[in-house]
Design a protein around this ligand. Structure first.
Ligand SMILES: *[C@@H]1O[C@H](CO)[C@@H](O)[C@H](O)[C@H]1NC(C)=O
Ligand SMILES: *[C@@H]1O[C@H](CO)[C@@H](O)[C@H](O)[C@H]1NC(C)=O
Ligand SMILES: *[C@@H]1O[C@H](CO)[C@@H](O)[C@H](O)[C@H]1NC(C)=O
Ligand SMILES: *[C@@H]1O[C@H](CO)[C@@H](O)[C@H](O)[C@H]1NC(C)=O
Ligand SMILES: *[C@@H]1O[C@H](CO)[C@@H](O)[C@H](O)[C@H]1NC(C)=O
Length: 516
């Protein structure tokens, strides 16, 4: 007897149902041990007893060791320079002249452990790729070259941004392990970034979706390292910033007719517009992740994103890094608070040949102060290499308070508040011995005792970046931000900020005299 049409349909559907059930089971199992997890990561300098510690935050030294330790296949690293091994015996080093016991007290061992974990990964034949700037004194990129020496599984490449954008460096700090575990943050590949510089980042475990996107950016920089910049750059009249500057020949700062075919994946091209304007609907990453460092997440989804600098190496509909920051400021609710933390702040360029005036972030801040009654709190580092004209720009930003209150019709309820962050010992850094061998009196090595994290967090959205808040970092320098609306990350990042803001290590930046 032939099966009835009804039965035949059931027979056809049955395997589909079984397959769906199997798949469902696999997905449900995935939601256990294998779900994407994210933790905030910090480095806190030694000798800061009065800083409240936020529970559940990981340490950078541990995370970098785990990324190497867990790698079974590949490790891709973006770094400016390398200095995991301290050099107290090198007269050219900021570590010079400190004793063995000083170095121990400073936590230099942590750097050795991270480098050792990398060497172990290299010896396990993990395929390691490194994209870096040429590094700087005392020994530039020797550590990565040492890793690569005699090991065909290690590839090291240098991209000189000066050759492509006229100035700038690879300043993104990114580790990607096995295309699923990732670190993004402010920490350099430097022992000092583990125990003597205050850093902030985020660590993802089992997050192929995040890794896949950052990997495209890594690959773009890798591609630049393989190309002859002379044949791929042009001088552009940049209408947005009113300067003439060198850019990759596919840059949207060039008129469409002048552009070359891009050797990297295309980014969205907006006709009739100069440069890379903010995208109305940038690509978001819809990945739910657990946050074990805060509390078990609910199963709800929150959107996240990645943003990239310079705009010429972004791709698809991913936003440029400046937009990641601006939109985070703009995300503040009526009467809400935006918390921002940076080492350096300027309303202009720092390294460009022609000076650029840059008000993107300060305008965004003033806008939400005026229109949304928002409070914007900004922490800027005060340290040995403080940029002298910073204070003028901070006072200019504080003048928004006076302008906002300048008319009673404004009903101004918003305000900007700015504090300097002074890590104790910030004014006593440098080698312990001068080149001539005399004692300097310095209590800590050079380039230490500084608040180096770069992030912004509103009531609803967090942006964790690698860039200082200066024009060059967004237009001529490699940088990445991870951002998210995940409330656990948002709340914990606010808590980290508040621990700093209310610590004895900050002092208020005084406003301009109102009569000015
Ligand atoms: C792998 O990573 C986890 C955290 O994600 C960590 O607890 C573990 O120690 C790491 N394993 C190694 C060998 O580094
Ligand atoms: C890569 O490492 C090799 C081996 O040590 C070295 O000779 C080379 O100069 C390095 N290249 C770069 C770009 O760092
Ligand atoms: C790069 O290209 C320029 C001009 O096309 C050429 O003069 C130069 O030799 C090339 N450099 C390298 C390293 O190939
Ligand atoms: C902002 O705050 C002021 C003073 O607190 C208030 O008068 C005004 O209505 C608020 N504006 C908005 C848009 O909430
Ligand atoms: C460093 O700053 C602290 C606090 O501001 C001060 O007490 C100390 O004298 C300064 N040290 C030097 C070497 O200037």
């Amino acid at each position: 007897m032939a099966p009835s049409p009804h039965r035949r349909r059931l027979l056809l559907i049955l395997p589909v149902l079984v397959a769906a059930a199997v798949l469902w089971g696999a997905l449900a199992a995935d939601a256990g041990a294998d779900t994407c997890k994210a933790w905030l990561v910090q480095s806190i300098p030694t000798d800061m007893p009065h800083l409240r510690r936020v529970p559940g935050v990981l340490s950078t030294g541990d995370v970098l060791q785990w990324l190497s330790g867990n790698a079974t296949n590949s490790l891709d690293i973006l770094a400016q320079y390398w200095q995991f091994l301290a050099q107290p015996n090198n007269p050219k080093s900021g570590d010079y002249g400190f004793s063995e016991s000083d170095m121990k007290r400073f936590g230099a061992d942590e750097g050795r452990l991270v480098y050792k974990a990398l060497e172990n990964a290299a010896d396990r034949k993990i395929k390691i790729r490194i994209v870096q700037h040429s590094g700087f004194a005392p020994d530039f990129d020797k550590e990565s070259a040492d890793l690569a020496a005699g090991r065909p599984n290690i590839e090291n490449a240098t991209v000189l941004f000066e050759d492509w954008w006229g100035s700038g460096v690879v300043h993104a700090k990114v580790w990607i392990s096995d295309k699923k575990d990732v670190y993004i943050g402010s920490a350099n590949n430097d022992w000092k970034s583990l125990t003597q510089v205050k850093e902030l980042g985020i660590y993802f475990a089992n997050c192929p979706q995040i890794a896949k996107t950052v990997e495209v950016y890594f690959q773009n920089l890798w591609t630049l390292s393989t190309l002859n910049s002379t044949s791929y750059t042009k001088q552009a009249w940049d209408k947005e910033w009113q300067v003439s500057r060198k850019v990759p020949c596919w840059s949207h700062f060039l008129q469409p007719k002048e552009r070359c075919r891009s050797p990297i994946p295309l980014s969205v091209d907006i006709p009739y517009v100069d440069g890379y304007p903010a995208l109305a609907n940038p690509e978001m990453i819809d990945v739910s992740f657990e946050t074990p460092g805060y509390k078990k997440s609910t199963q709800e989804h929150y959107l996240s994103y990645l943003s990239f600098a310079p705009p010429e190496v972004t791709f698809g509909k991913f936003q440029a890094d400046e937009q990641g920051w601006v939109d985070t400021i703009n995300s503040v609710k009526l009467g809400g608070i935006v918390r921002m933390n940076t080492m350096d702040w300027l309303g202009q360029s720092q390294y460009a040949t022609q000076t650029v005036y840059w008000s993107s972030l300060s305008s965004a801040i003033s806008e939400v102060v005026f229109s949304k009654n928002a409070t914007v709190r900004l922490i800027v580092a005060y340290w040995a290499h403080f940029i002298p004209n910073t204070e003028k720009y901070l006072k200019s930003l504080l003048y928004s308070n006076i302008l906002c209150a300048s008319s009673t019709y404004n009903h101004c309820g918003g305000k900007v508040e700015i504090k300097y962050y002074m890590v104790p010992g910030y004014n006593e850094t440098g080698p312990a011995l001068s080149q001539g061998g005399t004692m300097t009196g310095n209590r800590y090595p050079g380039f230490t005792r500084v608040n180096h994290g770069k992030y912004a967090v509103s009531d609803v959205r967090a942006n964790i970046g690698t860039s200082n808040l200066i024009w060059d970092y967004f237009y001529t320098t490699a940088g990445v931000s991870f951002g998210t609306y995940n409330p656990n990350i948002v709340t914990q990042l606010q808590d980290i900020f508040d621990a700093d803001w209310y610590s004895p290590y900050t002092v208020l930046v005084e406003p301009l005299d109102e009569s000015v």
